[in-house]
Design a protein around this ligand. Structure first.
Ligand SMILES: NC(=O)c1ccc[n+]([C@@H]2O[C@H](COP(=O)([O-])OP(=O)(O)OC[C@H]3O[C@@H](n4cnc5c(N)ncnc54)[C@H](OP(=O)(O)O)[C@@H]3O)[C@@H](O)[C@H]2O)c1
Length: 242
């Protein structure tokens, strides 16, 4: 039976892939209620105009996350799109050990790794036990230990590897009570966004628009419902080795 979510939550939807996913959800699941969160209002104008249930929530502030999650009755599809590669000062990603900096590593891990378990803590009781649901986070291929052949990007890579471990562990906990929930880490494919724009020069493979990437992501997530939980997926449906 086709996946038909009643309630969708997109975290970090103010722009980029998150906004693309909100738009694709609206056309793919026209009857669903879509909750979207953003942090910086000045960057979220298109989202706020497009989606009425859009709320300002700092995804790392536990009080704000708890209060927001308490307003939800249930969630069938959650996609966390929060992530960073370089900071507001233009620092990172590291080319070599020379660039290692504890403050930068801490910031990258907070944003890329800690958001997902924090939200999982408050969303677990909002997932249906009777119907299918998906709990997904945008990860990155470079987080694969097996497929790391070129090195560099220490913090980004390692923060995504740690994120994948959180998701795998969340999948195990959820599987004890929520047999119909798929927990997925998904690589969206290279996509032109604020995060990637300084790193696209010379890329030879396809660069997606956020809207195009969102189609791939949702196609793959729907298929995951048939495959199980604790999966690390490429945008085209391929399973990536952890
Ligand atoms: N674009 C790509 O090619 C690509 C490739 C592989 C993986 N990904 C992953 O896809 C996800 C979405 O990235 P994107 O390309 O759509 O980038 P983006 O347009 O820059 O969006 C990043 C999101 O993360 C939020 N964010 C950034 N720093 C934050 C912080 N310190 N605290 C709280 N929220 C913060 C932003 O919120 P505000 O702007 O509101 O602060 C925004 O919602 C990321 O996890 C990224 O690693 C992207």
């Amino acid at each position: 039976m086709a996946f038909c979510p009643d309630t969708i939550l997109v975290i970090g939807a103010g722009h980029g892939l998150g906004l693309g996913i909100v738009k694709e959800c609206r056309s793919r699941y026209p009857n669903a209620k879509i909750f979207a969160t953003y942090r910086r209002r000045e960057k979220a104008k298109d989202l706020i105009d497009f989606n009425e249930n859009s709320f300002q929530v700092d995804p790392l502030n536990e009080d704000e996350v708890r209060a927001f999650c308490e307003t939800l009755t249930n969630v069938d599809l959650t996609i966390n799109c929060v992530g960073m590669l370089q900071n507001r000062e233009g620092q990172g990603p590291e080319k070599s050990l020379r660039d290692i900096d504890v403050d930068f590593m801490t910031e990258v891990f907070q944003v890329n790794t800690f958001v997902t378990p924090l939200w999982a803590k408050y969303l677990k009781k909002k997932l249906s036990r009777e119907t299918q649901s998906i709990f997904a986070t945008l990860s990155a291929m470079v987080g694969s230990i097996e497929e790391n052949e070129i090195g560099g990007w220490y913090s980004y890579r390692a923060s995504k590897t740690a994120l994948n471990m959180f998701l795998k562990t969340i999948a195990i906990e959820f599987s004890r009570s929520h047999l119909k929930t798929s927990v997925v880490a998904i690589h969206p494919g290279t996509t032109e966004t604020e995060l990637s724009k300084d790193f696209l020069k010379g890329i030879k493979h396809k660069v997606w628009t956020p809207e195009g990437a969102a189609v791939n992501i949702l196609n793959t997530l729907e298929k995951c419902l048939l495959e199980g939980t604790g999966l690390f997926k490429n945008w085209d449906g391929r399973t990536i080795t952890y």
